[in-house]
Design a protein around this ligand. Structure first.
Ligand code: GTR
Length: 450
């Protein structure tokens, strides 16, 4: 074929692909008009399944367990039960080195901070065929000889080596999300470093722990044949099947088991965070495991912090269709009847109470419904208030404190963090994690991790 013919075929193919790709067309065709949101009533996190009221903080743990169970049954699926056996940690150190980071890599005059890099291979279990399931964690610690460090724990999307350009970090050797190559390319080192301001985080005395999420479960629909799913085959073939988000959340809990077994990290001071699908994951991990001291979701949208009933931007039907492995079978039954779900996502945030939860949105990320993320934070807040704590704690059009019963609060202004135990910000810009986001996570968390 002549080069020009090949080129025109390629351009034609690309245009045809862009017009037919469900990700592009659905995002364009989605509803972004507030006036078209159907009327909805949110289920009340402070009413028990039997209709009785959660009268006092003594009732909360029982109601919280009910909410978590509802999310298992209707949204994210079941999880392997915890036992001393599943929590037994087997690991080995893969590498250990020293490094120094600029607090601001764009400013060569900024402070240089010492840090330690450690890589661990952690065994999560042995599947039916006798194959060990291992993950590799990158742990970045402040200083040179720190113990009991509070850490931010979160997955990365494309391999540990993408968080910083240092050659001391090993290249990811598993399925790569963008290219199906066995080992990641050298050229991708540090490619996501703008999302990981390690110098800034370390300068505040925190560590960072990260694992490539595909190490726990590759992110495609293979009917749960790979990743950690073969470890628990009994959790498949049911309406509340163990999903990919469920597997990633479970993996985060196993990482806390690991922290509890090493001196470097204080396992009781772990902030779990995640962006986008991994923000949905961090919320689910935070709800199911109360060892996470702080829970942070960034641009998590549909299936994360955003209220499903608003049906604006990404919808339950669309997410279930394009990413069937993220949610359980039962969740698909709400594709056309989201109002029948016994939960909405303000209850996912509430299930983290009394622990602090932070929700971050971006103005240019309407697909994730920033307003729905904010409203979920707002409607989770009465739970905190019932517990004698301040949730979002916003006063709306009045001077009084804690006016969290007002039905239609206004969106906070761009670039201004609000809240108390429930924190929120919306910034300018697109779907991403920025240094600004991190500055907010750090200052929100400092009260609880110190
Ligand atoms: C999108 C998806 C979102 C979000 C995002 C991501 O395609 O529609 O729900 O999770 O991916 O994870 O980057």
């Amino acid at each position: 074929m002549k080069l020009r013919t090949l080129l025109s075929f390629t351009v034609f193919g690309l245009v045809a692909y862009m017009l037919t790709d469900p990700l592009t067309t659905d995002a364009q065709d989605a509803n972004y008009d507030e006036s078209k949101i159907p009327a909805y009533t949110l289920p009340d996190p402070l009413t028990f399944n039997d209709g009785s009221t959660v009268a006092s903080s003594d009732d909360w743990e029982t109601r919280r367990s009910e909410i978590v169970q509802l999310f298992k049954d209707h949204v994210f699926g079941a999880m392997p039960a915890r036992s001393p056996e599943t929590q037994r940690v087997v690991f080995k150190i893969f590498s250990e080195s020293s490094i120094a980071f600029r607090v601001d890599p764009d400013d060569l005059e900024s402070e240089l901070v010492e840090a330690k890099l450690k890589e661990f291979d952690i065994v999560l279990g042995v599947d039916g065929s006798g194959k060990e399931h291992r993950i590799r964690m990158l742990l970045v610690l402040p200083g040179n000889d720190t113990t009991n460090t509070p850490v931010f724990l979160g997955y990365n999307f494309q391999g540990n080596h993408t968080v910083h350009s240092s050659k001391k970090i090993s290249l990811s050797k598993v399925w790569n999300r963008d290219r199906e190559c066995a080992t990641a390319l050298e050229s991708t080192r540090g490619s996501k470093s703008s999302r990981w301001p390690l110098g800034l985080i370390v300068s505040k005395g925190y560590g960072v722990a990260t694992v490539y999420y595909g190490d726990v479960d590759p992110d495609f629909d293979d009917e749960f044949q790979n990743g950690v799913h073969p470890l628990y085959p009994e959790l498949q073939g049911r309406e509340d099947n163990w999903t990919s988000i469920g597997a990633w959340a479970w993996g985060l809990s196993r990482m806390v088991d690991f922290f509890e077994s090493i001196p470097d990290v204080d396992g009781s001071r772990v902030a779990v965070f995640g962006h986008s699908r991994l923000g949905k994951t961090s919320l689910w991990a935070g709800a199911t495991d109360n060892r996470f001291r702080v829970v942070i979701s960034n641009n998590s949208g549909c299936g994360g912090a955003a209220l499903a009933r608003r049906q604006i931007g990404e919808t339950v039907k669309r997410i279930n269709t394009v990413f069937p492995h993220w949610f359980c079978l039962q969740h698909k039954s709400y594709n056309d009847s989201v109002h029948e779900m016994p939960v909405d996502h303000h209850m996912l945030l509430a299930a983290i109470a009394p622990r602090p939860v932070y929700v971050a949105s971006a103005q240019g990320d309407q697909w994730a419904d920033p307003k729905g993320e904010f409203l979920a934070a707002f409607h989770a807040s009465p739970v905190y208030r019932m517990l004698g704590l301040k949730g979002l704690g916003i006063a709306i059009d009045t001077d009084s404190e804690n006016v969290e019963s007002v039905q239609a609060p206004k969106m906070p202004v761009l670039g201004k963090r609000i809240g108390d135990r429930v924190g929120y910000h919306i910034r300018e810009g697109k779907h991403d994690i920025t240094r600004y986001d991190w500055e907010q996570f750090l200052s929100f968390s400092s009260r609880f991790l110190r």
